[in-house]
Design a binder for this molecule. Structure first.
Ligand code: UT7
Length: 329
């Protein structure tokens, strides 16, 4: 077998809907307060897509920006992976809709579902194709329109989520740079704590499932919170060890944006000060698979990540799942 190639992120991009929904706006819909949402989560506002915007529309805008940043054209893309829990429809895959719209004639395309960890799973899958020499350029996108599956009668969830898309192009990089390690995992026994129960083969859509509001997100927030606090620190520590590095070698952390308290616990576990941790959930809420790539894109464009930095991307979510990667930029 030929030598494995080093793989890195060679371009990033993101897209957000224009409509801003503040905590004050939500106070008018459910029994909540800005004070509760900010103190329990850190979220101040989020973006919602309009009725004519689907997940592939946001994914398309993010993909174009990532391709421009990577200096590649559509024909260069060998594979498109879209991580989402809010595909345009059950099938065809949102990745195929995007492949057509981008006119990426040479690309295979599929969706990947690992909820909020989906983007990190996608990066891990894309890396395998490039490191072995099967493909040269892979587009990985985390894209969501969660506003379309939020239950606006459930104050425990409807204040948490937002819409957006983040994209990266993976390609071969100089030896010693790029993805140094990966840690993925699942704990399926916790699946019931974060789910859209109906609309699949277990519980097909009926008038009753609609009336029972079973096509919306249900979350056992407390259980997910406990899992997240444990797993974020654990996964971050795992990629440091797998890369043969020490805690003090980490320059920047890009965590999944679900809750400030979860992010702070993860940062504490790997002893990284909060000024080296990307936080943007105050502006966008939790965008599931889109949170990590959007946070990464902002960190790159704001100059928070320098060449040679060791950065960790880490997330957790429905499944339950988790994912982390350590990248030398
Ligand atoms: O991306 C992965 C997906 N999700 C997550 O990562 C979320 C993980 N979980 C969390 O972030 C937190 O568990 C939440 C933010 C969801 C909830 O925070 P919490 O501190 O665990 O609150 P809680 O669920 O224990 O609720 C405390 C109280 C309850 O009232 P009682 O029973 O004490 O009277 C809730 O009914 O707060 C109440 N409450 C609210 N009050 C005002 C719950 N939601 C709201 C709300 N506004 N929106």
């Amino acid at each position: 077998m030929n030598k494995l190639r080093s793989v890195g992120i060679i371009g990033t991009g993101s897209a957000l809907p224009e409509k801003i929904v503040t905590n004050a706006d939500l106070e008018k819909i459910v029994d909540t307060t800005d004070e509760w949402i900010v103190s329990r989560t850190g979220i101040k506002e989020r973006r919602f897509a309009d009725e004519n915007t689907a997940t592939s529309d946001l994914a398309y805008d993010a993909a174009l920006k990532a391709m421009e940043a990577a200096n590649v054209v559509a024909e260069d893309i060998d594979l498109i992976i879209v991580a989402t829990v809010t595909p345009d429809m059950a099938f065809p895959a949102t990745a195929c809709i995007l492949q057509d719209r981008l006119d990426a004639k040479n690309a295979a395309a599929f969706d990947l579902e690992a909820a909020c960890s989906g983007f990190l799973y996608g990066v891990a899958v894309g890396q395998q194709f490039i490191t072995t020499g099967v493909y040269n350029k892979v587009l990985v996108i985390g894209a969501e329109t969660l506003s379309k599956i939020i239950d606006f009668e459930d104050r425990t969830t409807c204040v948490l989520f937002g819409d957006g898309a983040g994209a990266v192009v993976l390609g071969e990089v100089e030896e010693g740079k790029g993805i140094l390690s990966i840690d993925l995992g699942a704990q399926g026994s916790g699946g019931k704590y974060l789910t859209v129960p109906a609309g699949g083969s277990r519980k097909p859509t009926t008038i009753e499932t609609v009336q029972n509001r079973e096509h919306f997100i249900y979350m056992g927030g407390g259980e997910v919170f406990k899992f997240a606090v444990r797993i974020m620190g654990q996964a971050a520590a795992a990629v440091i060890e797998k890369a043969g590095l020490e805690l003090e070698d980490v320059d920047y952390l890009v965590p999944h944006q679900a809750n400030n308290r979860i992010i702070e616990a993860a940062a504490k576990r790997i002893k990284i000060p909060m000024d080296k941790v990307k936080v943007n959930l105050d502006k966008y809420g939790n965008m599931s698979a889109a949170s990590v790539p959007i946070a990464l894109d902002e960190a790159i464009r704001d100059g928070n990540v320098k060449e040679g930095d060791n950065i960790i991307l880490v997330g957790f979510g429905g499944g339950l799942t988790w994912g982390a990667t350590l990248i030398k930029w």
